[in-house]
Design a protein around this ligand. Structure first.
Ligand code: HAM
Length: 418
């Protein structure tokens, strides 16, 4: 039997992994420039953590979690998102003493039992960050500005920021009622289970991907009409701050997000290059989550950006980072030359020149073929003649030119013209 990677997962192969390391490195640098510190949380958590925070009517909890009972009889779940685990750790280790602000970032796999397609996987990967301890719209603006700045930094140009406010819990209660009122004629012909879920959380109707539901909700109530005056003022201030930072955005009341923990600001960044899965990232404010987990009330805001989706857009825009080529293949002929070649490789690597050599005493022709296959920029040849003179021949594989240089100059010659 031949095994394959599980459906909805992918192997990141040599050649592609370089772009992953690069995007993760760019993200870590961008984050530390803004004072964010990395947090790493386990791959699995107590199932209740996600049920309590993502919402027991959300698609994630009802349909998508990888949940199992471990050998000790505990129900555990592979993390479907990074915010709740980060906040669990923040409370557990008291990372944000009262009156202070904590800035955290993470790079994490997430696991969701989705219907796989391009840009939608069962194991996906996120770059996320969370700003804890500030209720100010300036915190929301910081998160959105950093998100847009990151996409710019890595070379993604064509993005759209979609912004909305869900208000606080009182406002959401009146909005839910209005959504339910609008949906009633449609709901009365729906199966009992569907109706019960919609009644438990009518907002789910608004982000449904089902065209029939979308049609039924057309012309429905607008969340912005239900905002309390202070939420409205806050949302207005956020828009001013974004304009001041030159972040373009569109207010889109249909953005409600698939997780239940959001309050006030929610946002997504979209790219046309993504097709159906157009959200490059999503985030927002979640002022009640930490309290919900037994911590002190702490207003917070954050975002998570899908790595796979960012790489799809970079590739579509021709901006994906190519893997740096191997600098040199060290080829040699004869027993004595092999020992000299090993020493030369050591010295080249000390000078930061990447190189490999044959391990199996192959013929020179086979070694040249190997150098070609590895797409090495140069072949460094150590034959009897070269060895006798304490030299090596450095051949440029692209144009066939070659020079002979003393062994101490090989690193320099390989680098030249690179
Ligand atoms: P989310 O919208 O569920 O939010 O996911 C954020 C991003 O992760 C998506 O926009 C997408 O780029 C990527 N993503 C999610 N699921 C998949 C998947 N199945 N395949 C490929 N990419 C995927 C959250 O996870 C929140 N924790 C964000 C947040 C942080 N809110 C506040 N802080």
């Amino acid at each position: 039997m031949r095994f394959q990677a599980p459906r909805g997962t992918q192997d990141i192969l040599p050649g592609a992994s370089h772009a992953w390391r690069r995007i993760e490195g760019e993200f870590a640098e961008w984050m530390s420039l803004h004072g964010y510190k990395e947090i790493r949380t386990p791959a699995f958590e107590d199932t209740e953590l996600f049920v309590r925070t993502s919402g027991d009517t959300s698609d994630i909890v009802t349909k998508q979690m990888y949940t199992f009972t471990d050998k000790g009889g505990r129900s555990v779940t592979l993390k479907p998102e990074g915010t709740a685990p980060a906040m669990r750790a923040l409370i557990e280790h008291a990372l944000c003493p009262s009156g202070s602000v904590a800035r955290l970032f993470y790079v994490t796999p997430i696991f969701r039992y989705e219907r796989p397609q391009k840009g939608r996987l069962r194991q996906a990967h996120q770059l996320g960050f969370e700003l804890v301890g500030s209720a100010s719209p300036e915190a929301d603006a910081e998160v959105i500005e950093l998100t847009v700045g990151f996409y710019r930094r890595i070379g993604i140009g064509s993005i759209k920021v979609l912004l909305n406010s869900l208000g606080r819990s009182q406002c959401r209660a009146s909005f839910r009622e209005a959504v339910l009122e609008h949906a009633r004629p449609f709901l009365k012909d729906q199966p009992e289970e569907f109706r019960a879920r919609a009644e438990a959380n009518p907002l789910r109707l608004l982000d449904s991907k089902d065209p029939e539901v979308q049609e039924a909700m057309r012309g429905g109530p607008c969340v912005l009409d239900h905002l309390e005056p202070d939420s409205r003022e806050r949302f207005h201030r956020l828009q001013e701050l974004l304009s001041e930072a030159d972040v373009e955005f569109e207010v889109r009341p249909e953005i409600v997000r698939g997780l239940d923990y959001y309050t006030e600001t929610v946002f997504e960044v979209q790219s046309g290059a993504l097709g159906a899965q157009s959200a490059l990232c999503g985030g927002g404010r979640y002022d009640d989550l930490i309290h919900e987990l037994g911590g002190p009330g702490m207003p917070s805001v954050g975002v998570a950006m899908g790595i796979e989706r960012a790489l799809i857009v970079l590739e579509a825009e021709g901006a994906l980072w190519p893997e740096p080529p191997l600098d040199a293949y060290v080829a040699c002929v004869g027993h004595e030359a092999r020992s000299a070649a090993r020493a030369l490789c050591r010295s080249l690597r000390e000078h930061g020149v990447s190189c490999v050599m044959d391990l199996d005493g192959r013929s020179l022709k086979a070694q040249m073929k190997q150098a070609d296959r590895l797409a090495a920029r140069r072949v460094v040849l150590l034959g009897e003649e070269e060895l006798a003179g304490g030299e090596a021949t450095v051949r440029n594989l692209a144009d066939g030119t070659q020079i002979r240089v003393p062994l101490q100059r090989v690193a320099h010659a390989v680098r030249e013209g690179s």
